[in-house]
Design a protein around this ligand. Sequence first.
Ligand code: BG6
Length: 517
Amino acid sequence: MSIAINDPSCPPMISKAPIKVPPTAAVIFGATGDLTHRKIIPAFYHLAKNGLLPDDFAIVGFARRPKSDDEFRDDLGKALQEFSHTKPVDEAIWKKLSEHIYYFQGELDDAEAYKKLAEKLKSLPESPTIGENYLFYLATAPNFFGVAAQNLAAAGLASPHDGKRSRLIVEKPFGEDLKSAEELNRTLQGAFAETDIFRIDHYLGKETVQNLMYFRFANSIYEPLWNRLYIDHVQITVAEKVGVESRGGYYDHAGASRDMLQNHLFQLLTITAMEPPASLDGQSIRDEKVKVLRSIPTPSLDFLQKNVVRAQYGGGYIGGKPIPAYRQEEKVDHESLTETFVAARFEIDNWRWHGVPFYLRTGKALAAQFTEINIIFKRPPGVLFAADGNDRLRRNSLRIRIQPNEGIGINFNAKVPGKAETELVDMDFLYRSGFDQYLPEAYERLLVDALVGESTLFTRSDEVEQAWRLVDSLHTLWDKQKVRDLPLYACGSMGPVEADLLLEREGRHWIRPKEIK
Ligand code: BG6
């Protein structure tokens, strides 16, 4: 399938970011950490490579260890070689960008350090043109989010004045339950204006997730069917092949429900289920998304007991690579009851979706790595073809592949040539053959949007709190259950049999990912 995509009148993204970002000093807290190396610096590099950064742009890394600017630049350069999603790295671009990167040594909980940071920010070679235009990126351990925001405010770095601006990006996890998320919201909002707080859920930065809104609202064929009258159920899967690897310390307190369900899966759910927004501005879109979450009543313990499955992976091999059982992973409690897999059936109790189950599942150490949304339509009446043995015609479905093999497929019943039989066949759109444009990584889009103050692709405080309300209800159930063990699933499988039964008892089954070469 080929598509004309070079129409300049067509906005490239949901977010309406202008092409160039304004002169800014971006300060990364947690500058020597994994996220900076893997995602943030490669994203800045690609923005520079695509001509999206202005000449007057500076990046300041804030971290604890002593380091010179040059040592810091060298470390980042090595990380870029390893983690850049385009290779080879363009050395000239990196050299130019790295000349605007600086290092600042400080402790996150030391208020004095932020005052010194304020002085440093005023004395950078780029400062005369940048002025007091700042972007602060909290890529630290979550227990520092609040204190860093407060210290920034106390050092006068949070209050915009004279038309200048100061924005704050906060990484996930945003709290560990509703109460801590509310507290964190209060602390951040005490330091920065809500409009200057950008809570990251990197799934929203993915092109395919943004395309969901285009797919739904820029076409006329699907939206009339997008409701309880035509849709049988919806499946959302985020499956990962990797285990927890080196993140056992964090993961053992989070589990799949906090690490993935509360944020990424609920974001996919809200965009799939939301009403058309009044406009494409951040407020209208987020109003609609939060309405979806509000329409999911806090499930009763009885409902959860029947509709939620959790499990943990045992050891084994995936693709020939040994994976230890979860409890044997580094920094994981040997008796841990943390779930590495969760599947749940939710209902959105509103006019559009009443009675339509939304099945969500996510897990680590599974057989395949893919994120998909499957919309399964109601079974067509088989009357006409009953005599041909087709009284159980198969359901149409739409497969929205968020990653990998980004694209969308639809299937339908077709006549088998030469026979009076039907078979399910499909039509498929694949981004990589439909478009020849560069597909930016999620963090590139999100950095640009935060730099220009475009908030659509970030999570608002009420969205975060609504999502925690639901995840908290799961934990209330699990705390009450006081189990001594969790069901185990074989590493390299698609999760425990209980997750299959969740659908099978209702005459449905999980859709397997399609093989695409
Ligand atoms: C992160 C989770 O938010 O998302 C990780 O903390 C997970 O556990 C990751 O592996 C998945 O992101 P992606 O973009 O690789 O699907």
